[in-house]
Ligand binder design. Structure first.
Ligand code: SAH
Length: 478
């Protein structure tokens, strides 16, 4: 390590910035956020400075005393040009530590890549050797450290004073904070419930033993109802991924892709509660009861569902039981099948020229095909996405025509959307049922009806591994 990392309090300290381009503007912005008194020296200012007006004072480069009192000076010459050597010497003579952008050899200090989750701040440096590598690493950390970590750090800060005299030493502090960071209080803070988290933390502090363990308390479990998206694991949200890492037990469906299950914490217990159409492995109430029981045992229960848990997912029904029994839970949305399938099939669900609205309906009722409000589905300039419609595809298409749909209306069926074995079959309201049989579709599928389907001809971008084998009849092909 050839430089010493530190975080400097610059509040009300004078800091010089020399340069009038975009880089200098970025420095002014950051320094202002850190509370510095900024002295800017430049002949001309680029347009980036317009929004920074009032945040800095201009200095006169001809003034021999310009850098008096400056703790630090940032030189940001345009396009990597050499800094004015005489100015550099003047800054140093005034006692300032200097930084020259992208020139570590000329710099007393270098500017790290910063991940700001204030009060949590991560600064990365490669000692000036590979700044782009530092930036790449920062992008990775962005995904690992969710925005809510700032809230978590602030929460911990708020509890420190109250905890000060209560714990016996470092080991006790470690025990206490590990429990908080790894438990429901941290989860509450990360999910945005700051008031709830603060109140719960106060209770924990009030009820903790000097060695940091909870006074006679048993751990309270909780439930995460998480949408896993339609299949491609890259479509998981950061929050879903994090909850998957900390669950003790996971309840999952048939529709949750195995590549997603691979990303659940290795030692978590796995319980299959999947269901096929009209063949429910576990009735909804039993799933609810099972979650209550597991949570009561103190477990963190992950209820993982395909797509989004609140879109034809019966997620609402499952968590009613939890609410009834006052088990803490949170809901994490996922990419719903209609959104995932349409994106990966190159079919925008709305488009200014073709559709101003889009409805999601289910093609399957409790007992066979559902009674749909056909006239509302047939509105012009509207896209219809049908979930669970394959089994009754022929009936659905006949009914649409019987209620006045143009038989030539384009239809696409996307099977295994977003997965490596995605298949898309296109046709019309009149032809699609036959084509689906021909292609041997088995589901899961989303049926997309409307003029937007035509856009696939130009917007299709995704090439799954199996599509070539099955062929993809273009709209209008017979
Ligand atoms: N909650 C889920 C939907 C559950 S209902 C969501 O928001 O996506 C189950 C139906 O979703 C399936 O019958 C099918 O119509 C659709 N579906 C789910 N995953 C799919 C996929 N990868 N490709 C196509 N359709 C899918």
């Amino acid at each position: 390590m050839n430089r010493l990392p530190l975080f400097l309090d610059v509040k009300a300290r004078r800091i010089g910035v020399i340069g009038g381009g975009p880089l200098a503007a970025r420095r002014v912005e950051t320094l202002f956020r850190a509370g510095a008194e900024i002295l800017l020296a430049a002949d001309e200012l680029s347009h980036e400075f317009e929004v920074l007006r009032g945040k800095f004072r201009r200095g006169d480069l001809a003034d021999a005393e310009i850098f008096a009192g400056c703790a630090l000076c940032y030189f940001a010459p345009e396009d990597g040009a050499a800094p004015d050597a005489e100015l550099l010497a003047r800054a140093r003579a005034a006692g300032a530590l200097v930084n020259v952008a992208d020139q570590p050899k000329l710099s007393d200090f270098i500017v790290p890549s910063v991940l700001d989750r204030s009060p949590l701040v991560v600064a990365i440096s490669t000692g000036g050797e590979a700044p782009l590598l530092g930036r790449m690493l920062k992008a990775r950390l962005e995904t690992l450290i969710p925005a809510g970590y700032g809230r978590l750090a602030a929460l911990a800060g708020s509890g420190r004073a109250a905890l000060a005299g209560k714990l016996t030493g470092h080991g006790a502090r470690l025990r206490f904070w590990e429990r908080i960071y790894d438990g429901p209080i941290a989860e509450m803070a990360l999910a945005g419930d700051e008031a709830g988290a603060r109140a719960a933390l106060e209770r924990e502090i009030a009820a903790c033993e000097p060695d940091g363990s909870p006074r006679g308390a048993t751990r309270r479990g909780e439930v995460y109802l998480v949408g896993a998206g339609p299949g491609d694991p890259d479509l998981l949200t950061f929050r879903a991924f994090r909850l998957m890492q900390q669950a003790d037990v996971v309840l999952y469906d048939r529709l949750v892709d195995p590549s997603i299950m691979d990303r659940v914490r290795r030692d978590a217990e796995r319980i299959y509660v999947g269901k096929r159409r009209s063949d429910h492995a576990l009735p909804q109430e039993e799933i609810g009861e099972l979650m209550v029981r597991l949570a009561r045992e103190g477990k963190r229960v992950l209820r993982l569902k395909g797509g989004d848990p609140f879109i034809f997912g019966r997620g609402g029904e499952e968590i009613e039981k939890l609410a009834e029994h006052r088990i803490p839970f949170q809901v994490c949305p996922g990419v719903t099948a209609a959104a995932g399938c349409s994106a990966y099939a190159g079919i925008p669900l709305t488009h200014r020229d073709y559709a101003q609205s889009c409805v999601f309906v289910t093609g399957h009722g409790r007992e066979g095909p559902i009674e749909l409000d056909w006239s509302s589905l047939l509105r012009p300039r509207q896209t219809v996405a049908i979930y669970m419609g394959l089994a009754h595809l022929a009936v659905l298409m006949q009914e649409l025509q019987r209620h006045g749909a143009d038989p030539a209306t384009p239809v696409a069926i996307v099977e295994n959307g977003t997965r490596a074995n995605q298949i898309t079959v296109t046709g019309t309201v009149a032809t699609i049922a036959g084509k689906a049989v021909e292609a041997g579709l088995r589901g899961p599928t989303i049926i997309i009806i409307g003029q937007v389907v035509r856009l696939r001809d130009t917007l299709n971008w995704y090439s799954p591994k199996t599509e070539a084998k099955h062929g993809d009849a273009k709209f209008g092909d017979e």
